[in-house]
Design a protein around this ligand. Structure first.
Ligand SMILES: Cc1ncc(COP(=O)(O)O)c(C=O)c1O
Length: 390
């Protein structure tokens, strides 16, 4: 039994855990939501005589409430919150030493690629970027130096699906840590720790926060030793989030299940509209039976999410730009996972930090458009796409 999943004698299911997991009324006045403890430090009666908190880089009660919630919704034991998703990734890579090797999926968020290549390669960590739809490809790159496998599924922005259980079996066999970026799926759709991953990572900026009003990152693990190493890095490197941001994400998580249900419903409607549109060439969404790893998606995800990428007929860059400029209800903006629908142009926005040849190898062509389908009325979203594509 993992921590934070029970309340009294009730073993909480997912929807209840988003609201109550790891939470208790505040001890001071019974506040139902944890107060925003906007403090850097805590009074001590004698050196070391404190109530569990000394300095807010090390720990802060509002952040603790969020970290307990994160652990609960991901079926983990320990949650850690950071100043951004990239700060969370930074902490994971700092578990490694010069000479260690990482196998990462080749199709991933551009900022994750950038921190691996432009920051950590300089410190002697070696990264192999590999297409992971077939686990056999990963096996080819494993050596005695491989210490971490980095999986993002569904991938950003190509919506490829990686079989977490199959990769975790391979990782376990070779005693390699497996980290999964669960930003796109969220624990509502997919629970990587249950499928054998060691670390779950989130850009909580996205669906967990859910309202495009905060930047925050998260890690969740089950193993105490691994958690202690990560807590050490969190405190020693100091890339923590503030109490106000912790509060906002905690509040966002409480409606995660309701929002995700609608994101999936609207995502399906938009994907089906686009795939039947004569002016659209390709649509990438794991819910299509023709998606190369649809069966894996079906087995490891509860539904298929609200992220969709597509290419207009002819694959012309100018046509793609015209569409994103004409959209009215979809806002052209970086980011994803908020209640409002967003459109993005990965080649010039989220994935601009990946060299063009590398980008195009994984399908991120100049005509690709990425949609984060929000929770507005689906008919309005489709009407907006209709007028923009025409
Ligand atoms: C899949 C994925 N992982 C990680 C990140 C980085 O998170 P943040 O922007 O919170 O640093 C992002 C941001 O877009 C993302 O989409």
């Amino acid at each position: 039994m993992y921590r934070n999943l029970v309340m009294g004698k009730i073993q909480l299911k997912f929807n209840s855990r988003t609201i109550h997991g790891g939470q208790a009324p505040d001890e001071a006045y019974g506040a139902v939501m944890p107060p925003i403890y906007q403090t850097s430090t805590y009074a001590q009666s004698t050196p070391g005589g404190h109530k569990g908190y000394e300095y807010s880089r090390s720990a802060n009660p509002t952040r603790t409430a969020l970290e307990n919630s994160l652990a609960s919704i991901e079926n983990g034991n320990y949650g850690l919150a950071f100043g951004s998703g990239l700060a969370a990734i930074d902490a994971v890579i700092k578990l490694l030493s010069p000479g260690d090797e990482v196998i990462s999926t080749s199709d991933l968020y551009g900022g994750s690629y950038r921190i691996f290549k432009k920051i950590f390669e300089k410190f002697g960590i070696v990264f192999h970027f590999v297409g992971m739809q077939d686990t056999g490809e990963i096996a080819k790159h494993i050596s005695s130096k491989t210490k971490l496998i980095w999986v993002e599924t569904p991938t950003n922005p190509m919506m490829n699906i990686i079989d977490i259980m199959s990769v975790s079996q391979l990782a376990r066999k070779h005693r390699i840590l497996l980290a999964v970026d669960n930003t796109f799926a969220t624990p509502y759709l997919q629970l990587p720790l249950d499928l054998g991953a060691d670390i779950v990572m989130h850009s909580a900026t996205k669906y967990l926060g859910g309202h495009s009003d905060v930047v925050l990152g998260a890690l969740v693990v089950r193993d105490k030793e691994l958690a202690d190493q990560l807590y050490f890095i969190q405190n020693a490197s100091g890339a923590v989030c503030g109490p106000m941001d912790s509060f906002l994400v905690l509040r966002g998580i409480k409606t995660l299940h309701v929002r995700m249900q609608r994101h999936c419903e609207n995502g399906r409607a938009v994907a089906e509209y686009l795939v039947n549109h004569p002016k659209i060439e390709k649509v990438f969404w794991p819910g299509f039976p023709e998606h190369p790893n649809h069966e894996v998606a079906k087995s490891q995800m509860k539904d298929f999410g609200g992220m969709i990428s597509f290419v207009p007929k002819g694959g012309n860059y100018q046509d793609a730009i015209k569409i994103v400029e004409k959209l009215q209800l979809f806002t052209l903006a970086e980011s994803l996972g908020g209640v409002e629908s967003l459109a993005g142009h990965p080649a010039s926005m989220t994935h601009a930090s990946i060299p063009k040849e590398e980008r195009e190898k994984s399908g991120v062509v100049d005509a690709l458009i990425r949609l984060s389908v929000g929770i507005e009325d689906k008919e309005d979203l489709i009407e907006d796409l209709r007028q923009a594509i025409e």
